[in-house]
Write a protein that binds this ligand. Structure first.
Ligand code: NAP
Length: 286
């Protein structure tokens, strides 16, 4: 690998706030790799030319976020099996001259669930809220990990239906849909071993920052509630869950693990996880 002025970063649009540079840059510095990780806001029309520019030798790779995760799949040379199954790419790396797309969200989710949530999803009963890009990656991860039963709910039910249909070959036979904000959803939540929020509800500066996707009666002791949102770290959902005896996990560990896996694709070196975690925490204000 050339060691001077390598380019690497994250693209999305709009890219108002991203903490990825705060924990990726120190990882490069840790190995003395002369690379600059920065945010590249790119409008959808400009994405093809931007992705093509990655072929220049000074580009190391890229993280990809909303709204480009699906569009980028047709602009690169190939996808890993996981990215192809998910149908979305969050990391582009180089294999010789080829641009390869991977999806490290699934790995980040499972690592956080196991290492920080202390739960193995194998044979578990899981409720997944949200059928956007994150919901897709989480469903594939749960299916690959052998979850026993999955219930999926989304505000716009037709999107959940389409997603379940498109993943029907990988999802467990015991996969069900539940209507958004319904008694059936609360029941599925109470029955679940693991509840995962993959919606933007509860996210600061998002569409519903003060709301929770589930009411207070949806929780019970003994279950884990995992909110992918990490700003704030304690969302209204996690407050409700904690108040009713459930264990909770926020989205920060997943963010760091998906970024760490991307770092490893770009550099071939083990990610300095402790350092990346502490820098991500500091970027969120502790
Ligand atoms: P996305 O593709 O835009 O999907 C957004 C999801 O949120 C959809 O399910 C959407 O439902 C739902 N939603 C939005 N506003 C809503 C509202 N007011 N009420 C109910 N549902 C609403 O986004 P994404 O990439 O899946 O990301 C979703 C969240 O996960 C974001 O907060 C993101 O920051 C977080 N995330 C975290 C990590 C991590 O590493 N921790 C990784 C990826 C994503 P409809 O389909 O009905 O609109």
């Amino acid at each position: 690998m050339a060691q001077t002025n390598l380019k690497v970063g994250v693209t999305g649009y709009p890219l108002t706030h991203t903490i990825s540079p705060a924990f990726q840059q120190p990882a490069f510095a840790h190995y003395g790799i002369s690379a600059c990780y920065r945010a590249y806001p790119v409008q959808p029309d400009d994405l093809p030319a931007f992705v093509e520019s990655l072929r220049a030798p000074d580009w190391l790779g890229l993280n990809v976020t909303i709204p480009h995760k699906e569009a980028v799949t047709s602009l690169i040379d190939r996808c890993t099996a996981t990215a192809a199954t998910i149908g979305a790419v969050n990391t582009v790396f180089k294999d010789g001259d080829a641009l390869v797309g991977d999806n490290t969200d699934a790995h980040g989710f499972l690592t956080a669930l196991r290492a920080d949530g202390d739960v193995d999803p194998t044979d578990a009963r899981v409720l997944v809220l949200g059928a956007g890009g994150a919901g897709r990656a989480v469903l594939v991860a749960l299916a690959q990990a052998g979850a026993g039963h999955i219930t999926l709910a989304n505000r716009h039910p037709e999107r959940a239906q389409r997603l379940a249909q498109s993943l029907s070959t990988v999802l467990p036979a015991a996969t069900a849909l539940a209507p958004w904000q319904s008694p059936a959803l609360d029941e599925a939540a109470r029955a679940a071993d693991i509840i995962v929020n993959c919606t933007a509800v509860g996210m600061a500066n998002g569409p519903a920052p003060t709301k929770s996707p589930l009411g207070p009666s949806a929780f019970r002791p003994g279950q884990l509630v995992f909110d992918l949102v990490y700003t704030p770290r304690r969302t209204p959902l996690l407050h409700h869950a904690q108040d009713h005896g459930a264990r909770v996990l926020d989205g920060l560990p997943m963010l760091v693990y998906q970024g760490a896996a991307a770092f490893e694709r770009w550099t071939g070196k083990p990610a300095p996880l402790k350092l990346m975690k502490s820098k991500a925490l500091a970027a969120l204000g502790g």
